[in-house]
Write a protein that binds this ligand. Structure first.
Ligand SMILES: [Zn+2]
Length: 233
């Protein structure tokens, strides 16, 4: 199955937190989108790997994803090496996306920057014919890094105003991780009531310069081009 956009996350919920609005918008525009979770998030303070897989499935329905996969890498311990490039390359070649979305290049959680490097390098390597995975080579046209916890100045911002509430629903599908007044689990930096307010504030900040109420931001390592100047807001 060919996808238009494939978003990778180090942990199930990274994509929801950072770029669910952009995914929802492109699904509405008729593009096929998918998510690959590199780990099952088993080191998360709250919940368990099994619970997070169920939550990821619930979010898949909310985001209307055409595919969601989990590579089962070791949370906290996966490396940027051959053992991990190859399964990522297999995913890229299986789904042949035009655009890949990946973790932030630098972030609070060290898995995020490692995932950013792993996925960006795999996109390049996937285009090399002599790396044999039994599949045809494929190099996505672009890799954009979503901005998650630590602030970064975006190179691209996408207006997600009409999609913000559905994005919040997808995030809250991970009920073990985020605010749940009934939960007896320990508080974490993302489980407080203020976390969704923080995400709304971040989206408002990204939206303001482009005249949008709420937006998501991405960085790119290469120059970004547009077909014509009217594509710019
Ligand atoms: Zn994460």
């Amino acid at each position: 199955m060919k996808l238009d956009i494939l978003a990778f996350g180090a942990h199930p919920d990274d994509v929801e937190i950072s770029c669910a609005g952009t995914i929802l918008k492109h699904v509405d525009l008729g593009h096929r989108c998918g998510v690959v979770d590199l780990t099952r998030g088993e080191l998360g303070t709250r919940g368990s790997a099994e619970l997070r897989m169920q939550e990821a499935e619930r979010s898949r329905e909310i985001l209307r994803l055409s595919a969601r996969e989990s590579l089962g890498f070791a949370d906290g311990f996966f490396a940027v090496d051959r053992e991990h490039w190859l399964p990522v390359i297999e995913m890229i070649r299986r789904y042949r996306p035009e655009i890949v979305l990946a973790n932030a290049v630098s972030d609070r959680h060290p898995d995020h920057s490692r995932a950013a490097q792993l996925v960006a390098e795999s996109c390049f390597l996937s285009g090399l014919k002599k790396i044999d995975t039994g599949q045809e080579q494929w190099r996505p046209g672009a890799v954009y890094h979503y901005i998650q916890d630590r602030f970064a100045k975006p190179d691209i911002t996408v207006d997600i105003t009409p999609y913000f509430e559905t994005k919040v629903k997808a995030i809250l599908a991970f009920s073990s991780q985020f605010h749940d007044p009934e939960s007896k689990e320990p508080e974490t930096p993302i489980s407080g009531k203020g976390f969704i307010d923080f995400l709304r504030g971040r989206a408002a900040e990204f939206g303001r310069p482009i005249g949008a109420e709420l937006a998501e931001g991405f960085t790119a390592t290469r120059n970004v081009g547009v077909k014509n100047l009217f594509d710019l807001q």
